[in-house]
Design a protein around this ligand. Structure first.
Ligand code: HEM
Length: 478
């Protein structure tokens, strides 16, 4: 029905939009930070114009609840980068891997992920694999005692190889000098390159009408990186398809299931890319931030070590130990409050027009939630910029997205499917690093001076790599 412009509900308020470019230059290199400041002036639900695209951002628990719960169904589409939609990108009709709306294909892929990887039963069955991969990291670190270690790089190997084994029954990377991993370290390099590329805003995203002209060469760069990533997986998939006898073997992994379900390689590849890029990168950055906060806040480190000493002592830290380690849980939750790996939820897309907090959200508007701003809001959190794990003890806050003041994994339909895994692997690795090693800065610089500047690289990472020197603290047989 026709609504005259006078009676049409207004879109959410926001800063002045410059002709053509809109608000692009106001966002800078850390859009979550810039948007937090804009929300302080314009309110908890704001509109920004990025080229020809509108982005609506919610920055309060009430706004998040409207977006992720009240209007969850309508706002559960995904913004898909233009480069992914171009013919030949091999990512046609996918967000990163999952489709741009919650359709049958999306439901089916999420259900495979849930059953095979993230259900309680699946997670329990992964305990030995996780311990084994963490033990390899410990072994590597023991050999590097006294030398400078880049923590992100070390942890990325654990995360990539856990997933590599769940998906392909194989390691994807090796520690320095270790042979035999598929892709020989290429995957690690590619994920890092992908992170940088993904965080670069592109002309075609801002002005979709520029279409396939590829003025700044981004279509080609994405195409190249996908080709190199998929080449690694293609070889494994082709080989697996040929193994006719495999169904008789006791080994079973995600690739088997995807093949059995009749998925073509062109669909398997982007789905796996979504799992690897979503899972590995978020877990790695969270573990890195957690260790950075703990070495900087020695009081919290001490308390955590006391808890581990009492509960675990000289035993292995296992998945089954986690329920008895409440302070560890609080340390990881506090890390994700201050440093959510996805500070602005990957943009959702309005599949129909709707009304949020009294404002009009036209169809196809991109909508996100500033999880970072909510996590640091002084009206919600006492002394929000300080690292105080105690605030989570007995708070009842969990990762399930039911309380919209704490959303590191999002909430609603599009919530992270890997939450049950991320919420267990991250504390296990953090506990191992803290329990078995002492950490110092190169050149014995005071740990309190560790800088905590942020950078966007698909997820929110430390601007400078976390480089620390390990000293063996405990000789536990892992
Ligand atoms: C610390 C660990 C992790 C954090 C904090 C995290 C966080 C998130 C967030 C905030 C989203 C977006 C939610 C939204 O748009 O509303 C997301 C999506 C996603 N994550 Fe995670 N994640 C983590 C680990 C994992 C793991 C281990 C996997 C898989 C192995 C994974 C796979 C995915 C996938 C596939 C999506 C897209 C879901 C969809 O569009 O339907 N994540 N994650």
């Amino acid at each position: 029905k026709f609504i005259s412009p006078k009676n049409r509900p207004a879109i959410p308020p926001g800063p002045y939009q410059w002709p053509v470019i809109g608000n692009i230059f106001q966002l800078g290199k850390l859009p979550h930070l810039a948007i937090t400041r804009l929300a302080q002036t314009h309110g908890p639900l704001i509109s920004l114009k990025l080229g020809s695209q509108v982005l609506v951002v919610g920055s309060s628990p009430a706004a998040a609840k409207e977006i992720l719960k009240t209007h969850d169904r309508v706002l559960s589409g995904r913004f898909v980068r233009h480069e992914f939609k171009t013919q030949g990108s091999k990512m046609h009709n996918t967000a990163i891997g999952l489709p741009d709306e919650c359709n049958e294909q999306w439901r089916s892929l999420r259900s495979v992920g849930r059953t095979e990887l993230f259900s309680g039963k699946a997670i329990e069955s992964q305990a030995t694999l996780w311990s084994g991969k963490i033990a390899e990291m410990v072994e590597d670190l023991r050999g590097k005692e006294g030398s400078v270690v880049e923590i992100g790089d070390e942890v990325l190997v654990v995360a990539l190889n856990i997933l590599g084994n769940l998906v392909f029954s194989r390691d994807l990377v090796g520690y320095d000098g270790r042979k035999g991993a598929v892709g020989g370290g290429e995957m690690r390099k590619l994920l890092r390159e992908f992170g940088v590329l993904y965080s670069t805003p592109t002309l075609t995203d801002l002005f979709p009408l520029l279409g396939d002209w590829d003025l700044n060469g981004m279509n080609k760069k994405f195409r190249d990186i996908f080709e190199r990533m998929f080449a690694i997986c293609d070889g494994i998939i082709r080989h697996r398809r040929k193994q006719k006898t495999r169904s008789g073997s006791s080994q079973h992994d995600l690739l088997d299931t995807l093949i059995k379900r009749g998925l073509v390689t062109d669909l398997i590849n982007p789905f796996l890319l979504e799992l690897f890029s979503g899972g590995v990168v978020s877990a790695t950055s969270t573990i890195t931030w957690a260790l950075a906060e703990l070495v900087k806040n020695q009081e919290a480190m001490q308390k955590l070590r006391e808890e581990l000493e009492k509960e675990v002592g000289l035993d292995n830290i296992e998945q089954s130990s986690l329920p008895n380690l409440p302070y560890l849980d609080a340390c990881v939750k506090e890390t994700m409050r201050l440093h959510p790996p996805v500070p602005l939820l990957f943009p959702h897309r309005a599949m129909e027009s709707c009304n949020v907090m009294g404002y009009d959200i036209p169809k196809d508007t991109n909508v996100t939630v500033n999880v970072w701003a909510i996590g640091r809001d002084p009206s919600i959190w006492d002394d929000p910029l300080s690292y105080k794990p105690e605030r989570f003890l007995g708070s009842g806050l969990d990762y399930k997205g039911n309380d919209h003041k704490y959303l590191p994994f999002g909430s609603g339909r599009r919530m992270c499917p890997g939450q049950p895994m991320g919420a267990r692997v991250v504390p296990l690795v953090v506990a191992t690093l803290v329990h078995l090693f002492d950490w110092s800065m190169p050149g014995n610089i005071d740990l309190a001076n560790l800088e905590m500047e942020e950078k966007n690289s698909m997820t929110l990472v430390k601007e400078k790599h976390l480089c620390l020197v390990p000293k063996i603290r405990k000789q536990v047989k892992v």
